[in-house]
Design a protein around this ligand. Structure first.
Ligand code: OXD
Ligand code: MN
Length: 586
């Protein structure tokens, strides 16, 4: 009798008609063999064996360099279940429309079957997925990003408990590109793109969109959050999870070299992108990182911004769409040093700054996360780590202070639901426009976001020891347009204050938006920052907040009657706290 997995693979083969089917075992020998083929066909270019052993460069089709949200769909039975922030297609219509793009798509090619585990091998919180693909780039990326091969097949056995994901490059035509999620069946279809977020189906598609629907149904949380541990001088480690929209330094924060290491405060990394959390036997939310690798943005990564990742990147890594030097090394804008002479740009042409950047702005590295020096000793812990704080954040030139703490869980959910970030020059469109991105999940929530907010509120009632909720803004600017806070490793000073608040210490003032540290509450030793700058960083301007409350009202209205009443209540309470301050001032 064929297993459910064998049956699904057989069906996929009938649809896509590959020449050959390879079941990936995940071994080193297999990687060597596949890489040899991939180098021969120029999918990968080997880097300098001395300085980047076992590392490769890949250049994608120039039309296929980023996630494509406009062709990403949630195919739930009812449109309402996808909500106002997702594209929706009825499941039947989606299959009818996209099946023809898969039909015969692997003719003359090899179909790879990749069983994989999201999460530590022995964790009860981990889940199995199986991806079918015809892209060798995808196979090698999944080998890094997940626990792939025999280990997953052994865990699955003959069970039907896996998330199937069918992927084909198709003809890479953006007009025929679809990323489909079927939350009722827990199935993923992706065609027409080889880009990470579209094609490595374990990542955004499974671990966020499909997993968020599972978490909603089963009472846990799948979040777009980094996970880190902050060690104090006594050796105790407190774990925190943080959600930021893109371009807010999430990976750098996850791997930060603490500016207070000499005082005994050190940061350990568990994850840089995704967190799955369940209520543990101790009543805390326990988090695992479902991924095994990092798929990070290369430009801007340097010894200054992220020294830990720079160490990790020098072996067993893949690079996509970066510059390539005559020494067979990689280069990107923002890396330490000047552009090397004779470099090829990301399209493989001689680098000419008048023509295009050396690296595409969304060029990436793919690397086993265990290679960073600050990887937590509990990275593989099957029970995950207990989370004591959630941190939300965004890029705000004004309005949001450096840090504040929500009054309680429901207020914290409101803070997460209204969080947003101002667009940067890296994205297309106007600069400085506020985009609301609740919990940084806007493109990744697999169901109606109003129900997602409801799920958050419900979890707060179920978790005996819920994390404290904070909001940070590393990007506040002074009147001269310069950043007020130095950021990077200095951010640990803010996290130390959070630690003190968790422990019932830490000085704070109550403001209409939450608890804000007093100007002397942060440890500023060794940092040349004036009292006035600290006051500017921590200032809560009621007029700015009145405007923000007005703006978030428009955002909430999108969800109609479905928005939980609690969030409207939080909205009104914030408005009236702001009004009271205004009246008191008069
Ligand atoms: C990512 C993203 O690539 O959030 O992680 O877009
Ligand atoms: Mn992400």
């Amino acid at each position: 009798m064929a297993t459910p997995l064998e049956k699904w693979v057989e069906e996929a083969a009938q649809l896509t008609t590959p020449n050959r089917i390879h079941w990936c075992d995940g071994s080193a020998k297999e990687r060597e063999q596949y890489m040899e083929l991939a180098v021969r066909e120029k999918t990968f270019h080997p880097l300098n064996e001395k300085t980047y052993p076992n590392c490769y460069l890949h250049r994608s089709n120039p039309n296929d360099v980023a996630r494509t949200e406009h062709v990403t769909f949630i195919c739930s039975g009812k449109k309402e279940d996808a909500g106002p922030t997702n594209n929706w297609m009825a499941p039947k219509e989606a299959k009818e429309k996209v099946s023809p793009l898969f039909r015969g798509a692997m003719k003359g090619r090899t179909m790879y079957v990749m069983p994989y585990i999201m999460g530590p091998e022995k964790s009860p919180y981990s889940k199995v997925g199986v991806q079918i693909t015809d892209s060798r780039y995808v196979v090698e990326s999944m080998r890094i990003m997940t626990r792939m091969g025999k280990v997953a097949l052994d865990r699955l056995g003959s069970s039907a408990d896996f998330v199937p994901g069918l992927h084909s490059l198709g003809d890479l035509n953006p007009e025929r590109r679809y990323i489909l999620h079927f939350p009722d069946e827990k199935l993923i279809w992706s065609v027409g793109s080889g880009y990470g977020g579209n094609a490595l189906l374990g990542k955004k598609c499974f671990s966020l969109r499909i997993a968020s629907t599972m978490a909603h149904e089963q009472g846990w949380m799948a979040e777009h959050m980094l996970i880190l541990g902050l060690e104090d001088p006594s050796g105790k480690v407190t774990y925190m999870a943080a959600a930021f929209p893109s371009a807010c330094g999430k990976t750098n924060l996850a791997m930060m070299v603490s500016a207070l290491e000499h005082m005994g405060y050190k940061v350990w990394t568990i994850g840089d992108d995704i967190s799955w959390m369940q209520i543990g036997p101790d009543g805390y939310l326990h988090a695992i990182n479902p991924e095994a690798g990092c798929f990070g943005v290369a430009p801007g990564t340097s010894n200054k911004t992220n020294p830990n990742v720079m160490v990790g990147l020098h072996r067993n890594a893949l690079f996509t769409n970066v510059g390539f030097t005559p020494e067979r090394e990689v280069w990107w804008e923002g890396i330490d040093g000047e552009p090397p002479a004779g470099m090829l740009d990301w399209q493989g042409e001689p680098y000419d700054p008048a023509k295009r950047t050396a690296a595409h702005p969304n060029s990436r590295y793919t690397m086993p996360i265990t290679q960073i020096p600050c990887i937590s000793p509990r990275f593989e812990d099957p029970q995950g780590v207990p989370i004591s704080a959630f941190i939300f954040g965004g890029r705000r030139a004004r309005t949001a202070p450096l840090v504040y703490e929500a009054f309680d869980w429901a207020h914290g959910v409101f803070v997460g639901a209204t969080m947003g970030s101002e667009t940067t020059a890296a994205a297309t469109g106007a600069v400085g426009v506020l985009r609301r991105d609740p919990m940084a999940m806007l493109p990744f929530c697999g169901y109606n976001m109003a129900d997602y907010f409801g799920h958050w509120l419900a979890m707060g009632k179920r978790v005996p020891h819920p994390p404290k909720i904070f909001h940070v803004n590393w990007f506040r600017k002074g009147p001269d347009g310069k950043f007020l806070w130095p950021g990077y490793g200095e951010n640990v000073r803010v996290m130390k204050w959070m630690l003190e608040r968790i422990e019932g210490k830490g000085k704070a003032t109550e403001t209409p938006i939450g608890y804000v540290p007093t100007a002397d509450a942060l440890t500023l030793d060794g940092l040349n920052i004036s009292r006035q700058t600290m006051e500017d960083l921590l200032h809560v301007d009621p007029a700015d907040w009145v405007a923000d409350v007005e703006d978030s009202k428009g955002f909430f209205e999108k969800f109609g009657d479905k928005l939980p009443a609690e969030l409207w209540k939080q909205h009104e309470q914030l408005a009236s706290r702001l009004e009271r301050v205004a009246v008191a001032k008069k």
